[in-house]
Design a protein around this ligand. Structure first.
Ligand code: PHE
Ligand code: ZN
Length: 881
């Protein structure tokens, strides 16, 4: 009987407090694959060991959608009476102690549209086979104790038709290859490092590769290869460079060297997520691996560098030290995102990188934390783990690590990390282990940071200052308020590291001396607020200062600072921390949004501040571009008691037009100068200049002036790189009409056979701020170059649509109805993709009553469908709860 024939049971929640060590572990695994897209057979030999403390636990192995062909225990074939099969796996009740279990199963990769387990990328004739196992995909390949705290050594034999599958890859080091009769061949791989099953991977197919070498600090010569389909192999060099930089950086910053003889990366167009850190065999969504100036934007180049680094860094934070259970997911993801962020900061501009990361956090994570899908960085329970690969686990998790690093200082954090690796190498660890290692290495107790992992919601930080001219003292009161949604749970005060400086009206920073200290120490200091409130008293302050708080955004809190518009203008002009200059500009813009752009003092402060920034020839052009950018729509929308997309749109439009008008002459001159200098280069300062140039173009086009549109057309026609041509296309499409149609057609003709560029072409149209965009999206799905079973295509259209205030949130509800129908359709193809899209409804309760009702009824319709994946059901249930 096949497990897939059994009806799937409704899932029960999994609880952190139910954790028990595995009753059965696997020491060694030998796998043999007879690979074929239609039918693959998998032979598995497991050396199993029972935990003596759990002597009566039956042997249970996870397995889903596997057709069992053969099973034997210690060499004896089992009859169906000796085991039980259900939709979740296989139980062998009489197994005891140390046993060897052998199973042979059959799976059907080409029918696997969920892209978990073994699947086919590309067409039946020309595609290749690959796996995705995190979090629970390995159980779709063979029967196994598929949980991250079971670490085993793998030996993998791959057999396949040589012509169809010339390249055969798996984890670890190659261990022989050869010919077989009937045009088949084999390759064996041996991974010496014990690993959890979610890190298993194999790839088989017709792929080209580029090769390079890296010599580790320990003297190991590592062969680096990046594999891609032939038409993309020319676009892998940037990824290879990024890989080598990452390897060097992890040695220099964390003393971590690579530990195998080969490191392979494979690009695929069919991938639900960004990329995957399988041991020695990373698999990437092509979107985050391929880069080329003609087809990728500067932002794409930066993403490739970041994701290559991220997956590489997982080799230590995730693979060598893995997670005890999936509740600890942020232990590897938050820590690795932090490491990735620091790497990118070192490779480029630190303050700019910080600004981008804060933008992402505010846009994605704060919104998540404020709605019904809010969850702790370490949740206490889940229904479907696939739905926990969220901004909270990744981005807020990284912020917690950053706070620890800020609080411990550079050397203290490094000492802590060294101890973490020394203690837990080869283990499956917990968040508590991490905090203990960081604390012990610094002879301090960091266990109060556990609250950051346990509390959902964004805490608020308020600051009130009082200057006493007579004593030349400045009293700064800092206090925190936990997010209201969690008053029931752990609401103990959080440790909040506040990096701060004080600025005098002339722009000088004050040397900081607290009352009671003998001497000032520096102009920037970190104070950890670990109570509800505290007051800092600074002495020798010769004029009323402006506090510059949370420098470098030192904690993921919502700032509620009592500072005037003029104070913000001072910070915007004079703060030595680029991130805080940007936060000051954002604060001014947010105030104006709140005031419906009707607050003369703030307007003057902002306009003067931005004008001064534009006149400052020494300012990094990329930072200037950020200073000139409004907060994301979604962040501003959150300011309203009830979100009305029409109000959001009107206020943002007014703000944007004000900036465009007031700065018009400067913007025009700057655009023309930058545009005359454009070379289309990859390296050095060019991306920063392009960023400013394209923000200027954006402003020039915001009022549909001929001056702007002519420049956009000209830039589109003469662009030397994708960054410029895409930026111009966005402006033209927003303006609409014949020039937009013409540009879209030209763009398509130019890039018709490049899937990743076509994704941009789809996305630009789905982003057009107009109610009719809904019809456009619908029409685009009918095209031959749109594929419902390709996540990148689906995201390009539907993730973009979900962010479109005009189309998704159409007042007649057509956006919600159409989107819901598409989610339903996708659920039958790829439940993870459907669940991710459905999360777009998460803020429904925040909307004005009319739209709120429309969204609710669409969610209700979906949840009542007779067949729903566990992934989608989980999101719908939580959204409606
Ligand atoms: N672990 C991957 C990463 O962050 C993300 C991922 C999760 C990929 C689940 C696939 C499936 O690097
Ligand atoms: Zn990761």
């Amino acid at each position: 009987m096949s497990a897939s024939e059994l009806t799937a049971a409704q899932r029960a929640p999994v609880y952190l407090h139910d954790y028990r060590a595995p009753a059965w572990s696997v020491r060694n695994v030998a796998l043999e694959f007879d690979l074929d897209a239609a039918q693959t057979e998998v032979l598995a030999e497991l050396e199993l060991q029972q935990d003596p403390a759990q002597a009566d636990a039956a042997l249970f192995l996870h397995g889903e959608a596997l057709e069992l062909l053969e099973i034997s225990l210690d060499g004896c074939e089992l009859s169906p009476a000796d085991y039980q099969l259900d939709a979740n796996g296989l139980t062998v009740p009489h197994a005891r102690g140390n046993v060897r279990l052998r199973t042979r199963v059959r799976i059907a990769p080409e029918l696997n549209t969920a892209l978990q387990g073994l699947y086919l990328s590309g067409s039946h004739e020309a595609g290749f086979l690959l796996t995705q196992c995190e979090a629970e995909g390995f159980r779709r390949i063979t029967f196994f104790t598929d949980r991250p705290d079971v670490l085993a050594r793998y030996s993998v034999m791959l057999r396949a038709d040589r012509a169809r599958y010339p390249v055969l890859l798996a984890n670890g080091n190659p261990d022989g290859a050869g010919e077989l009769p009937d045009g088949r061949h084999w390759a064996r791989w041996l991974d010496p490092h014990p690993k959890p099953s979610y890190l298993f991977a194999l790839v088989a197919g017709k792929l080209e590769h580029i090769e390079d070498h890296y010599r580790t600090s320990e003297g190991r010569d590592v062969c680096l290869r990046i594999y891609a389909e032939a038409n993309a192999i020319a676009q892998c060099d940037h990824a290879m460079r990024s890989l080598k930089h990452s390897m060097r950086w992890d040695e220099e910053k964390f003393g971590r060297a690579y530990d195998l003889d080969v490191f392979n990366i494979v690009a695929t167009h069919d991938f639900t997520m960004g990329a995957m850190e399988n041991k020695g065999l990373n698999i990437f969504n092509a979107k985050y691996l391929l880069a080329n100036m003609q087809t990728s934007t500067d932002a794409d180049f930066a993403h490739v560098e970041a994701v290559v680094a991220h997956e590489y860094f997982h080799n230590w934070t995730g693979n060598r030290v893995t997670c005890r259970d999936w509740f600890q997911l942020s232990l590897k993801e938050g820590l690795t995102v932090y490491r990735e962020q620091e790497f990118c900061a070192d490779m480029g501009s630190r303050s700019l990188k910080r600004i981008e990361d804060v933008q992402t956090l505010w846009r994605a994570q704060f919104a998540e934390d404020a709605g019904p899908l809010a969850h702790a960085v370490r949740p206490e329970h889940y229904l479907e783990i696939n739905n926990f690969y969220t901004a909270t686990i990744y981005e807020k998790g990284a912020e917690i690590v950053r706070m620890l690093a800020v609080a411990l200082g550079r050397d203290g954090f490094r000492r802590g990390m060294d101890l973490y690796f020394a203690r837990h190498d080869g283990q499956a660890a917990t968040v508590e282990d991490f905090l203990a290692a960081l604390g012990d290495a610094n002879k301090t107790d960091l266990s109060n940071y556990l609250s950051w992992y346990r509390q959902a919601g964004t805490p608020r930080l308020s600051a009130n200052g009082r200057y006493d001219a007579a004593t030349r003292t400045y009293h700064l009161q800092l206090s925190q308020q936990v997010a209201s949604i969690l008053l029931a749970a752990d609401n103990s005060p959080l440790p909040i590291p506040v990096a701060l400086s004080l600025y005098l009206p002339n722009g000088d920073a004050v040397p900081l001396r607290l009352a009671g200290e003998v001497a000032a120490s520096g102009i920037e200091r970190v104070f950890v607020l670990d109570r509800d409130s505290m007051t800092l008293v600074f002495e020798d302050v010769f004029a009323p200062p402006v506090p510059s708080l949370l420098r470098g955004y030192s904690a993921p809190v919502l700032p509620q600072f009592d500072v005037s518009a003029d104070d913000l203008a001072l910070l915007l002009r004079a703060d030595s921390d680029g991130c805080n200059r940007w936060m000051a500009a954002q604060a001014l813009m947010t105030r104006l949004f709140d005031a419906d752009v009707n607050d003369a003092t703030t307007l003057v402060a902002m306009n003067d501040g931005l004008a001064a920034a534009m006149d400052d020839a020494t300012l990094d052009p990329a930072l200037l571009a950020q200073l000139l950018s409004l907060p994301a729509d979604s962040i501003l929308a959150e300011r309203l008691a009830e979100i009305d997309p029409d109000v959001v749109h009107a206020r943002i439009g007014a703000l944007e037009k004000n900036i465009a008008m007031v700065l018009h002459a400067r913007v025009l001159a700057r655009y023309d100068a930058l545009s005359a200098d454009e070379t289309g280069a990859v390296e050095a300062r060019a991306p920063a200049r392009r960023r400013l140039k394209n923000r200027c173009l954006d402003l020039l086009c915001s009022r549909n002036d001929a001056a702007g549109i002519v420049r956009a057309l000209n830039q589109f026609e003469n662009a030397r790189c994708m960054t410029d041509s895409l930026a111009a296309l966005v402006c033209l499409v927003r303006a609409g009409g014949e020039p937009a149609e013409h540009a879209l057609a030209a763009f398509h003709a130019r890039h018709a056979d490049d899937a990743l560029v076509l994704d941009k072409w789809f996305a630009v149209q789905a982003a057009r701020p107009h109610a009719d965009t809904l019809d456009t999206v619908q029409a685009l799905t009918e095209r031959a170059d749109f594929r419902w079973n390709n996540p990148n295509k689906v995201y390009a259209l539907f993730m973009t649509l979900a962010r479109n205030l005009h189309a998704f949130h159409r007042a007649d509800g057509a956006g919600y109805a159409y989107f819901g129908a598409c989610v339903q359709r996708l659920d039958a193809i790829n439940p993870q993709v459907a669940a991710r899209l459905a999360a777009s409804f998460k803020e429904w309760r925040r909307y004005e009553p009319h739209r709120r009702a429309l969204m609710q009824s669409e969610l209700q319709r979906l949840i009542e469908l007779p067949t729903l994946s566990p992934d989608l059901r989980d999101i719908l249930q939580r959204a409606l709860a």
